[in-house]
Design a protein around this ligand. Structure first.
Ligand code: HEC
Length: 153
């Protein structure tokens, strides 16, 4: 569901109003629906893992990270843009060990290494597909970031 919101780009704010008040709202990040997927071209995907990851994702992740990996910016980020999701060990730390628990990303202690691999495969496939379908301004490198606002730029 496109909303133009990006995770962490727009600050959360509470507005209060005063009669005759003259204060102006401080600017916020503009409407932005672009996706900047990351890909690691060295990763070879196994369709059975991608499919199993799809099922897991739609059981436990899509409520926060978006159906079919399309995040509306909240409550969780678009994982096709995630550098964490490029690294299976980092994903294990986040999912199984709860590394981002304090930021609102739940811990999934029951996941096995295989299930994390399946989720990883599903996200990799979705990012690759989005990249193939989208903006080609940037030349592919081993790890590809699309668009000037991608992580690491
Ligand atoms: C209750 C909401 C919620 C659910 C359910 C959830 N997440 Fe998250 N997730 C978050 C939030 C919020 C963040 C961002 C935390 C931060 O700001 O660092 C996050 C971050 C992540 C990150 C790190 C992204 C990055 O680049 O920093 C990964 C990977 C991730 N989630 C994977 C998953 C997977 C896979 C599932 C399902 C098994 C899942 N999440 C379920 C809310 C959720």
């Amino acid at each position: 569901m496109p909303t133009g919101w990006r995770y962490n780009a727009q600050p959360r704010r509470v507005l209060t109003f005063k009669l005759g008040g003259k204060a102006k709202l401080p600017p916020t990040a503009p409407y932005d629906e672009t996706v900047h997927p990351l890909d690691d071209l060295a990763v070879v995907l196994n369709p059975a893992d991608v499919e199993a990851g799809d099922r897991l994702f739609h059981l436990g992740c899509h409520g926060c990270h978006g159906g079919m990996l399309r995040s509306s910016g909240a409550p969780g980020p678009d994982l096709r843009e995630s550098a964490v999701a490029l690294d299976k060990e980092a994903m294990w730390q986040v999912l199984h060990e709860g590394a981002l628990l304090s930021k609102g990303m739940p811990r999934f202690q029951r996941f096995t290494r295989e299930q994390v691999h399946q989720l990883y495969s599903y996200i990799r496939a979705g990012a690759r597909e989005a990249l193939a379908a989208g903006d080609k301004r940037q030349q592919p490198r081993n790890v590809v970031g699309m668009g000037e606002a991608g992580p690491g730029t």
